[in-house]
Design a protein around this ligand. Structure first.
Ligand code: 5FX
Length: 550
């Protein structure tokens, strides 16, 4: 019988609850399970795990759906024969920014989980929540609260410098302010605790309120990134008594305590199994990819997402800086680009009817790095980074042109996208050093020619990492690290057995000069586009090439 310790990682994501178990001996994944909210818990009537309200802006999820999903998931895992007694530690992650409001007296109910009970969790906890539906990250109904917060702390830049992000509608401070302004009367009197979705989930395993971890706590517009404590100015601007309602944030590798008796009696967990702080899905994914200092992870999906490992925070008006989830003195940054794969597919299809990726690759092979000075911006939909829309093409003299050959257009798109990723990463403090890596993940990361351009533009070797679920895996890794972190073992050391990324592209020596100067031009042209858009909004029509039909 195998008796090596197991490490369990959960992910409470928007559409499903997932779990992964890794074997401590070699970090192999030995089990994974999931529960889909819409189809397996239809009584909650969610679509994609959420309720979109009549205003089209408010988006919430039922708290008891998450609790019931946990009952169901653990039963599935038990049914599959998982030996919970071997789990030495568990941790988890959740969608970021969402908030859970515990009713006065809920702590006592939670503590009852420390005595044996066999009732389902959702029945035991059914009266614990002041709001039956929690605001989640897809909510964008708090523009007024964002303006109020920025005004109260001295502007968007000041807020970003303190908390790592300017005010965002989905960030928890603005959600809490809205609940206070529009929620139940006596809210402050009746609310005992406010959790993030991550710390709410940890609380159930603990049978007590679990602390918010510093990394997920950075997505609230409330945490001072440098002191790693709540910012008094942000607390005061959001709600009275907020410090009491949030509790003190904890480092991401903290052990919160042992798993409570409920799980020991009902599922056979060991009473020695430790609960390590739960974090946000993006920080957990950074852990799952085992990112290191100087690395940047580029996820090439419907939208492109960048994770950066930063030693020093350099927050800006775009993107987000969080405390690093695996290195207590470092930071991470998150950048989202809405125009990713859909735009690449549109330009691919322009090459030939029904277009193929082979044709796309051939176009990259047939055109030189730097595209003879052509630079393109392809914001088919309103971009997040930077906030601009439209398609703009420039020749080597920075003159706007309306058309390119199909092959030039492929290169202009790919180079433009990667120059943008590099420019905005550097603005947040990304500074590659010897040994730095670009880790490419997501659908488009199987295209070698595309990855060669990525290596050339970033002047950094590109590796691919095909993990089926870096978030859940990151949670299991963090559980393992939590057990040894106090004795000074680094995260990297504790998970050195994990899957190694594969080297797929090294930068061409001549590319450094080409893209070094092109990056400066790209920044200037981007600024010009943004200025034109501002003037356009003020009444002067911008000279924008009409958008192609999607
Ligand atoms: C990050 O800021 C986000 O809002 C999303 O990536 C959520 O965490 C998705 F769950």
């Amino acid at each position: 019988m195998d008796s090596s310790p197991l490490y369990l990682g959960f992910d409470f994501s928007t559409q499903q609850l997932k779990a992964v178990v890794v074997d401590g001996k070699n970090l192999d994944v030995v089990h994974h399970s999931s529960v889909q909210f819409d189809s397996e818990l239809p009584e909650f009537r969610t679509q994609g795990g959420v309720h979109v309200h009549a205003d089209g802006l408010t988006v919430t999820s039922p708290v008891l759906m998450w609790v019931k999903a946990l009952d169901l998931l653990l039963a599935k895992m038990e049914g599959a024969g998982l030996d919970f007694s071997r789990v030495a530690a568990l941790s988890g992650s959740a969608q970021q920014h969402g908030s859970v409001y515990w009713r006065r007296g809920a702590a006592e109910t939670l503590r009852r989980l420390k005595t044996s009970s066999t009732s389902p969790l959702h029945l035991l906890l059914q009266d614990c929540f002041l709001l039956s539906d929690s605001p989640v990250w897809m909510d964008s109904s708090t523009s007024n609260q964002c303006q109020q917060l920025e005004a109260a702390v001295g502007g968007a830049r000041r807020l970003a410098e303190t908390t790592g992000s300017r005010a965002y509608e989905r960030f928890t401070a603005n959600q809490i302010a809205k609940v206070l302004q529009t929620g139940p009367p006596n809210f402050l009197l009746d609310c005992e605790r406010i959790s993030l979705v991550s710390s709410f989930a940890a609380s159930i395993f603990l049978g007590d309120y679990g602390a918010i971890d510093l990394s997920d706590g950075s997505g609230m517009n409330l945490l001072d990134l440098r002191t790693r404590t709540w910012s008094q100015a942000c607390l005061d601007a959001t709600a009275p008594q907020l410090e009491r309602l949030l509790g003190a944030p904890q480092p991401s590798a903290s052990i919160l305590g042992p798993v409570c008796s409920y799980f020991v009696h009902r599922y056979g967990f060991s009473p020695r199994c430790k609960v390590v702080t739960f974090t946000g899905d993006n920080p957990a994914s950074l852990a799952g990819m085992r990112l290191q200092e100087g690395d940047v992870a580029v996820s090439l999906g419907t939208s492109d997402t960048l994770f950066l490992w930063l030693q020093q925070p350099r927050p800006a008006l775009e993107g987000h800086v969080f405390c690093n989830p695996v290195e207590p003195t470092a930071y991470m940054a998150l950048l989202c680009f809405k125009n990713g794969s859909l735009t690449r597919e549109r330009i691919r299809d322009q090459l030939s009817p029904g277009g193929s990726w082979e044709g796309f690759s051939a176009a990259l092979r047939a055109t030189p790095p730097g595209n003879n000075g052509i630079i393109g911006f392809y914001f088919d939909r309103m971009e997040i980074t930077p906030p601009a829309v439209g398609v703009y093409r420039f020749d080597a003299d920075d003159g706007e042109v309306s058309q390119l050959s199909a092959q030039q257009e492929v290169r202009a798109l790919v180079e433009g996208q990667f120059l943008s990723r590099r420019l905005h990463a550097e603005r947040l403090g990304h500074a590659p050093a010897a040994g730095s890596r670009v880790l490419a993940t997501g659908g488009a990361s199987s295209n070698r020619e595309l990855l060669q351009v990525l290596a050339d533009v970033f002047d950094t070797s590109v590796y691919t990492l095909h993990l089926s679920d870096s978030t859940c895996l990151g949670s299991a890794y963090r559980a393992l690290h939590g057990l040894v972190a106090e004795s000074g073992v680094s995260f990297r050391e504790s998970v050195r057995e994990g899957a190694e990324p594969q080297l797929v592209a090294t930068p061409h020596p001549a590319a450094r000069q080409v893209y070094g100067s092109m990056l400066k031009r790209y920044a200037r042209l981007e600024e010009r586009i943004l200025q034109t858009a501002i003037q356009g909004a003020a009444g002067t029509p911008p000279s924008v090439t009409p958008l192609p039909q999607l």
